[in-house]
Design a protein around this ligand. Sequence first.
Ligand code: FAD
Ligand code: NAP
Length: 352
Amino acid sequence: MELQFDVNLKPYNTLGLDVRANYFVDINNIEDLHLAREFCQHKQCPWLLIGGGSNLVLTQSFDGLVMFMAMDQVFWPAEQPVAQRPEQFIVSAQAGYEWDLLVEESIVRGASGLENLSLIPGQVGAAPIQNIGAYGVELKHCLDSVQVFDFDTGESFQLLLADCHLGYRDSVFKRHQSWIITQVKLLLSREHKPKISYGIIADRVTSLSGQPASSASAQQIRDAVIHIRRSKLPDPNKIPNVGSFFKNPIVNIEQMQKLVERWPGIVVYAVDENNHKLAAGWLIDQLGWKGFRQGDVGIHEHQALVLVCSGECTGKEVLDLAKRIKADVAVNFGVTLEVEPRLFDSRGEFYL
Ligand code: FAD
Ligand code: NAP
């Protein structure tokens, strides 16, 4: 383990926040995690694990050890000793492997299941944390199990899909912060069944490939998803952002009916017979925030759910804008927005 001191974290978070870490280390294997744990116990300092840094807001310099997940091996089926059913395709990747690279490579190798989750930034190990989701698919649809290292106890164990309690942008890992995911096993399929029910996907597949979406290959769906995302979402390498800043709020049927009466154009999707999901982006857009700019922060011009930065902004500016939007939505719609990215100050996580 190679310990570094007073490290700039700007390259490690996609908002480009210019904060520092007292101590910093790359995690290359489980042994490094044991050593890092001993270090934190000895120093009695807090710790924070960072992956791609695309879902966190570092509001202050970190007064402890920041660990960058650098375990990046991937184990494709031919290298696996376990017998698989012919239609199954099991791939295991260490936590530090780039998510979108795994998606791309799995399709090239003839496996389907991940194509709708194309171009999501970040690492494989972070995918279960908020059960990443897009275009009608969530990680829970293809997760088999994860390997965990408990930073409190130093023990490693496996969790099966059911133990991960994956929900909408949620998992058991948000309630067990000492659990570090070290490896993820995914159950994919060699028999491709296109998932095209999410509004715009079918149209885009057809317009790009000239074929009916119902017979689209996994690669054609990936191409369509990438095309849509590039047209709507800012590339974090050019415009610093962390994707959606708020979760879509879930309301009960009475609340939903009142809102529809008051705002007939409101975008609502049924979750189950009692609950409905509101498109948070629509709420924010209605209040005129899209394209808003103040100093070094603002709201993306094509997507009201994405808070953007100039590359020079501070965590305080980001939080102040988020608070203003949250308050505006609460006053006008009576709906409480929940922040999606994880917020950290000098000692650890906090909530808005
Ligand atoms: P980080 O930001 O590094 O970490 C996020 C949190 O997870 C932190 O609390 C961190 O401590 C913890 N963590 C990271 N790795 C581990 C690990 N191995 N073990 C335990 N804890 C860990 N999300 C979606 O769900 N769907 C989308 O479509 C989507 N699109 C996006 C588009 C853009 C342009 C951007 C910038 C973000 C988008 N996101 C989306 C959010 C983000 O990319 C995902 O949440 C992603 O999984 C975060 O990965 P990361 O490696 O960057 O995590
Ligand atoms: P969009 O297609 O404009 O849709 C707006 C919202 O409506 C989405 O948030 C989506 O909820 C919901 N929605 C749309 N069609 C739906 C359907 N058929 N069934 C159920 N819900 C539906 O959204 P977008 O902003 O361009 O994003 C496209 C997809 O990428 C979405 O799935 C979104 O979650 C994902 N994305 C996520 C992030 C992030 O950081 N979390 C960033 C960018 C994009 P869901 O969000 O529940 O799908």
